[in-house]
Design a protein around this ligand. Structure first.
Ligand code: SF4
Length: 700
């Protein structure tokens, strides 16, 4: 029997702590960690089933080139020489990395360093682009840096929780459990759920606002205007700690001149809108939770700022039980953000478009060829692969052929790309099928590093399993390629803690308090101290103590030190229903599956919850389209189609459909829903509008 290992669940951004023990018979037991601040002894169905997914039957065990097993040296020197050849012929911008919120922070750090400082391009983007890039941009516009102000404990001290575009009951189940318990302990706590769909999360709500798809910014502009007009402005806070309030309120009034106009534009009962506005106005402790329903939009950044504006106007930020709180989808989307894992970021929350910041990082890394600006964001990156502008791509720990919008175009782009490298821990994904070079990566329980969850808590993920075959951790593979490219001196890493120390040192480098992200107190950690690191919320003070809540002093990280209101001109979704395509297609998760099923798909218990892809449709729409509950529907957009089982539900609005995003040809007989989603993105964040395609549906 081994000692329990304390680690975190590898699925969602809640970042629950778990303990893992092996019994005398060799069986693993995964239990909730009662000490971890994220979950305090809770787990959801996915976390509870983790032990069932440890022994994956289809592991990638050896490096392969064109399907032939090769040595690691052959694989890494081949990658290095092909990169150098392509860079010499076409420039650094012809090489790209597409990484994942599943990577550990140490992996992310090394990938970002190799691309931005040594290959010399900004072309590293991540599947986190699909999950929270709009929240990142909204926070940065408002606060000067990508900063999540709240802490999970604010859910317990709030008197009003507004959940917008969030089915937390299925997508962040442990946080939902915390909210359920908070409401039980405090019956005065009110919950508003804003979502076109009625979901299990709506069961907790005092009011469910089933607004028309894509009208969130109108609703929050209406709230801002109403708060300003009805005496809810916190004048002291606004004058001392913010800028731009008048312009934002004036703009809000143009799109939402009255509560009646808001209700009409959002398709909501007037009384429900009035109740929401009144509750928000009269409750001091308000947390607004936002998630993919806000972010996955062609105006996701503006929507984020529209709701942040309401917290700034009322001064409801920086104190217990208040603030705008983005729930992150992926387990380490936040860690990726810290080390510059997005194409428009630098490491340590520095700005890639700022020449001084680029010089700072180049100096710290002793980098020979720094990227000169932002690289290609996910959707643009795969379009550039399709046009041949990007000639080599290295995909790490993600399956873009299923998860990106316009997925058949992604498949076609990779099929004709000159060099496709895929690192993964499993041997079969839709993306691996298109790889010229396949690299076996370590998975959860085998690799060593850290992750950061949605409330800025950094936690350790140590190994407790042996490495299978010749699999290596992503940072080791990247380091070997860096060495083969001639950068051994700048990539001297032998262990994860050495990378973490460098990451911590960069966060403090020439940081005289002007940047919030700072974990410099950890830059000299020993290997043993790194192993024993307790879950801690960044930023750290000089003594290494974490920070529960940001902006308690009313100071922000803009040039003026004030939070910035953004004047939001509400825009509706890009695609408009037509007689030929009369339905809005919404996509999302189911409770017991994760991403493209590569791990949860092997657990019979998890698959029992929802075993196959389906479309949820209002029974009246089903009747009008000649569809039977339990029958098969064909959903199409004129060029692509999918086949799914029909599930009628009055939780669905008339004219709207919902299809889960998990399944693809690998796990069902039909293509994944991504093929129906157009590659339309938010112009600022580059996040795709995965919640709003227009389609037709018919019996199959
Ligand atoms: Fe894992 Fe998320 Fe469930 Fe927690 S809520 S156990 S992190 S899937």
């Amino acid at each position: 029997m081994m000692n329990p290992t304390r680690t975190t669940c590898p699925y969602c951004g809640v970042g629950c702590g778990v303990t893992v023990e092996q019994d005398a018979a060799g069986a693993f037991k995964v239990r909730p960690d009662k000490e971890h601040p994220a979950n305090l002894g809770r787990l959801c169905s996915k976390g509870t089933a983790l032990a069932e997914t440890l022994d994956h039957p289809q592991r990638l065990l050896y490096p392969e080139i064109h399907g032939q097993r090769v040595s690691w040296e052959t694989a890494t020197t081949t990658i290095a020489s092909r990169f150098q050849q392509i860079i010499a012929e076409h420039g650094a911008e012809a090489v790209a990395f597409y990484v994942s919120g599943q990577l550990l922070t140490e992996d992310y750090y090394v990938a970002n360093k190799l691309m931005k400082g040594f290959i010399g391009a900004g072309n590293i983007d991540t599947n986190s682009r699909l999950c929270m890039a709009s929240a990142v941009a909204a926070y940065k516009r408002a606060f000067g840096e990508d900063l999540v102000p709240c802490s999970y404990e604010d859910l317990e001290s709030a008197q009003l929780i507004v959940l917008v575009g969030s089915n937390a009951a299925w997508c962040h189940p442990v946080l939902y459990q915390r909210m359920v318990k908070a409401k039980k302990n405090n019956p005065a706590l009110k919950v508003i759920n804003i979502d076109p769909r009625r979901t299990q999360t709506s069961d907790l709500a005092d009011v469910h606002l089933g607004l028309a798809p894509g009208t969130d910014a109108i609703l929050f502009n209406g709230l801002l205007a109403w708060l300003a007009e009805n005496g809810h402005t916190n004048h002291a806070f606004v004058s001392q700690s913010t800028a731009g309030m008048e312009q934002a309120v004036a703009m809000a009034k143009t799109t939402a001149p009255s509560v009646q106009a808001v209700a009409e534009q959002c398709g909501l009962p007037l009384a429900d809108v009035e109740r929401f506005f009144t509750l928000f106005g009269s409750t001091a402790q308000v947390v607004t939770v936002f998630s993919q329903g806000i972010n996955q939009s062609s105006s996701g950044v503006d929507k984020g700022n529209a709701l942040i504006n309401c917290h700034l106007l009322t001064g409801r930020i920086g104190k217990p039980g208040m603030g705008p709180f983005s729930f992150t989808g992926q387990p380490n989307a936040m860690g990726g953000r810290e080390v510059g894992g997005l194409a428009n970021q630098l490491a340590a929350h520095l700005d890639i478009e700022n020449p001084e910041h680029r010089a700072l990082v180049q100096d710290f890394w002793q980098a020979p060829v720094m990227a000169t600006g932002s690289g290609l964001k996910a959707v643009d990156l795969f379009q550039a692969i399709g046009t041949g502008k990007v000639k080599a791509v290295w995909v790490m720990g993600t399956n873009p052929v299923v998860s990106l919008p316009d997925s058949e175009r992604v498949r076609a782009a990779l099929a004709q790309c000159e060099l496709v490298i895929v690192s993964d821990c499993v041997s079969h994904t839709d993306t691996l099928e298109l790889a010229h070079i396949r690299l076996p990566a370590l998975g959860w329980g085998e690799r060593d590093g850290t992750v950061t969850n949605s409330d800025r808590t950094i936690s350790r993920q140590p190994p407790f399993l042996p490495a299978p075959g010749e699999a290596k951790q992503d940072w080791e593979i990247l380091t070997a390629v860096a060495h083969a490219m001639g950068f051994a001196a700048q990539f001297p890493y032998q262990a994860a803690h050495e990378i973490f120390r460098e990451h911590a040192a960069l966060s403090a480098y020439r940081n005289a308090g002007t940047r919030c992200f700072n974990i410099g107190a950890w830059q000299d950690l020993s290997a043993a101290e790194y192993d024993a690191l307790p879950p801690t919320q960044w930023p750290l003070d000089a003594a290494g103590q974490g920070t529960v809540r940001l902006f308690a002093d009313g100071k922000f990280f803009t040039a003026s030190g004030k939070a910035q209101f953004i004047a939001v001109q509400a825009r509706l979704p890009h695609a408009v229903r037509t007689p030929a395509f009369p339905f809005v297609l919404n996509t999302g998760r189911v409770r017991d599956h994760w991403h493209t099923l590569t791990r949860t798909g092997i657990s019979p218990r998890l698959s029992a919850h929802v075993a196959e892809p389906y479309v949820e449709i209002h029974p009246c729409d089903a009747r009008d389209q000649g569809l039977q509950n339990g029958g098969i529907a064909r959903i199409h957009n004129g060029t692509q189609h999918i086949l799914v089982k029909v599930k009628t539900s009055r939780d669905q609005q008339r004219g709207s459909l919902f299809v889960p995003m998990h399944w693809s040809g690998q796990f069902s007989s039909a293509a994944g829903v991504g093929c129906l989603i157009p590659a339309v993105v938010d112009p600022i964040s580059g996040q795709p509008e995965s919640k709003h395609a227009v389609v037709a549906i018919e019996p199959y």
